[in-house]
Write a protein that binds this ligand. Structure first.
Ligand code: NOJ
Length: 446
């Protein structure tokens, strides 16, 4: 049985959002454009109202959203800072109005007894920095360091919980290798330097936070996916191993002092071309926690024609399994698989599930959203997590993705992940039944 008490009194319960997906107000109060504004303007699917320009209007509606977060019983809120809202050119001139927005948001959380958890980078690089090459240009490390100094000096007396990067595999892989996310770059010569510079920003971000924020609790977040070979043939098993190196090991291993997983994925060797003399020594981190973001699993088969990976992900709808609006299989054991996998690294201390959730097509009927499928998704994933806690695995918290429906990147607004429904016509909110389920669950003491 799922009970809140089994998780213990200190277990952290929260909900998450990110700036580019929820704030909107893309050109208000002096904000500079991010790569997602530019990418959307150039993309057929994301032009006009389909881009991030309005988001879920969090910039204006944050008092209501934080009120609803409290109403549902969450005591922790994960959000990200829009770099170009506080540094419109990515560096140099500071936009005071941008800083004051985050002060208002953080102050409101604290007033309501909600702990703010701040992600420094959730994919919205200032366009001005992309114009200089973005993550593929090594100068990004200095720009990032300056940005983290600014943010942590500004908010460090109020915010103690920090995450350096959100899902670096996703923003470098999909944005700089596949070109399907901003900034739409493709190929190894973009991806490998972007990957390496992001990996170097993990320890550098950690160090800056620690130097400016006394009593900080510092981590970073990783995408993670259960990886299962399609068959036990040697070829499929090896394809799955390459995919695992790419999707699960790429950033955590250098952070743990193990280097890049080049043995399993030889093409990564080319990354050494981008190494500076001391990089090997800089890469390891000493995080207080790592954030894991498990949503699903993938089944992998060998496929020679797919460059570098020679592996194919078999889509969930081809496998006739239950899946979400993202075509992601609903597979609750992923919780335990991922917690065990990452807890096995000897340098991992605490694990926090910094995102988990599901998009399903929601229907408003008589002002209500009866989202049974989402509710079952939470119940079944939380049961797995509860067993991890009971078995003594070091899981300390869980954040729902997401507090409200919002801009789901290349998928625009179609997939709805929120506990709170957003009507994008007028930006009004309706708490979904799954939100009320959390309210009941979190209010129980037994
Ligand atoms: C991970 C990302 O951090 C978040 O931005 C995204 O919306 C969710 N996964 C769902 O795809």
């Amino acid at each position: 049985m799922l009970t809140r008490r089994a998780f213990g009194d200190d277990f952290i319960w929260g909900a998450a959002t990110s700036a580019a997906q929820s704030e909107g107000a893309w050109n208000e109060d002096g904000r500079g454009p991010s790569i997602w504004d530019t990418f959307a303007a150039q993309s057929k699917n994301l032009s006009g109202n389909n881009g991030p320009a309005k988001g879920s209007d969090f910039y204006h509606q944050y008092p209501n959203d934080i009120r609803l977060l409290g109403l549902l019983g969450f005591k922790n809120f994960r959000f990200s800072i829009s770099w170009s809202r506080i540094l419109p050119n990515g560096h140099g001139r500071i936009n005071q109005k941008g800083l004051s927005f985050y002060h208002r948001l953080i102050d409101l959380c604290l007033l309501k007894g909600i702990t703010p958890w701040c992600t420094l980078y959730h994919w919205d690089l200032p366009q001005a920095l992309q114009d200089k090459g973005g993550w593929a240009n090594r100068d990004i490390i200095n720009y990032f360091e300056d940005y983290v100094h600014l943010v942590t000096n500004e908010f460090g007396d109020k915010v103690k919980h920090w995450m350096v990067l959100n899902e670096p595999t996703a923003f470098t892989g999909v944005g700089y290798f596949l070109g399907l996310h901003a900034p739409g770059k493709r190929g190894l010569s973009q991806f490998l330097p972007a990957m390496h510079h992001a990996a170097l920003c993990q320890p550098i971000g950690e160090m800056v936070i620690r130097s400016n924020v006394p009593n900080s609790y510092v981590g970073t977040t990783y995408s993670c996916t259960g990886i299962h070979p399609h068959s036990q043939s040697v070829q499929d098993v090896q394809a799955a191993e390459r995919m695992d190196a790419m999707l699960n090991r790429l950033f955590v291993e250098p952070a743990m002092g193990l280097g890049y997983p080049v043995k399993s994925l030889p093409v990564l060797r080319k990354v050494y071309d981008y190494f500076g003399p001391n990089d090997e020594k800089i890469l390891p981190c000493n995080f207080d926690f790592i954030g894991l973001q498990p949503y699903t699993r993938e089944v992998v088969s060998h496929r020679f024609i797919i460059p570098y990976l020679q592996a194919r992900l078999i889509p969930a709808n081809e496998r006739s399994v239950q899946h979400t609006a993202m075509n992601w299989e609903v597979y609750p054991p992923v919780m335990r698989e991922m917690v065990e996998k990452f807890a096995a690294y000897s340098n991992v201390k605490d694990i926090i599930i910094t995102e988990n959730g599901a998009a399903f097509p929601d229907q408003v009927i008589d002002g209500r959203i009866d989202d049974q499928q989402r509710q079952s998704y939470f119940v079944n994933h939380l049961k797995e997590l509860q067993n991890c806690v009971l078995d003594g695995l070091p899981v300390k918290g869980y954040f729902v993705w997401s507090l409200t429906d919002n801009f789901e990147w290349a998928e625009s607004y179609r997939p709805r992940f929120g506990l709170i429904y957003v009507d994008y016509e007028d930006q009004t909110r309706i708490v979904k039944d799954s939100g009320y389920w959390f309210q009941r669950f979190l209010s129980k003491t037994n």
